[in-house]
Write a protein that binds this ligand. Structure first.
Ligand code: CA
Length: 226
């Protein structure tokens, strides 16, 4: 599994990292909520271990943003030092999949992650993102439009993935920039040039540009073929 650990306690993070890596997993780690959220939305993980008490952004806020704003459904195992029912209920309400109270055993963490991954793998990785004949397969990150394969640079692919998660929904420039680059860019040139590359490649494959610009509002992908 590819596992992301978001935990500010250096000892706990190192123990988790070393244990999970020794079990053969590919592990990344972040020590604060903002870095953690950025990694969780810009890279593909099979499971996330998330501490509730984090500097910058709490684990509860992070999981809500991950689900509601970034529309990322990677399974999340929450860790908390506070053994209260309120925290647990709040974590689940915000989109966590499972929950462990500190102190926990490392074997228990791995067992929970594996169980979450098995429960979620059918749901998470096989859903094709689709609008008309424009299809993105999140498992292989390949794109086809009108039956033709579309080769895209990584950032363009990520922009298209965001647009295709909810065809028809308008996504603002700020939201795309935050989810693709981790922060709002100083000028709109970066996003504009990536959109230009994306649109040119899609038009070449499908015969028209499926990305609509709503001036001053944002961007969306057409729900059906033109
Ligand atoms: Ca903490």
């Amino acid at each position: 599994m590819r596992i992301l650990i978001i935990e500010d306690d250096a000892t706990i993070a190192a123990n988790l990292y070393d244990f999970l890596e020794a079990q053969g997993h590919h592990v990344d780690a972040a020590g604060d909520g903002i870095t953690g959220l950025h990694l969780a939305v810009t890279q593909a993980f099979d499971a996330i271990v998330l501490d509730v008490g984090l500097p910058g952004m709490s684990g509860l806020t992070l999981v809500r943003k991950l689900r509601d704003e970034a529309h990322v459904d990677t399974p999340v195992l929450m860790l908390t030092a506070r053994d209260t029912l309120d925290d647990k209920l709040e974590g689940f309400a915000r989109g966590a999949d499972d929950y462990l109270v500190k102190p926990f055993s490392l074997k228990e963490v791995e067992a929970r992650l594996t169980a979450m991954y098995k429960r979620g793998s059918g749901r998470v990785t096989t859903r094709l993102l689709q609008a008309g004949t424009l299809v993105l397969d999140p498992k292989t990150m390949t794109v086809r439009f009108a039956g033709n394969e579309v080769k895209l640079p990584p950032k363009c692919l990520r922009i298209l993935e965001l647009l295709l998660r909810e065809p028809g929904r308008v996504i603002s420039r700020d939201e795309i920039e935050r989810l693709v680059w981790g922060e709002v860019q100083e000028t709109s040139d970066t996003l504009r040039s990536h959109l230009h590359t994306l649109r040119r490649a899609l038009t070449a494959a499908g015969g028209y540009d499926p990305v609509e610009t709503l001036h001053g509002v944002g961007y969306r992908v057409r729900t059906a073929d033109a």
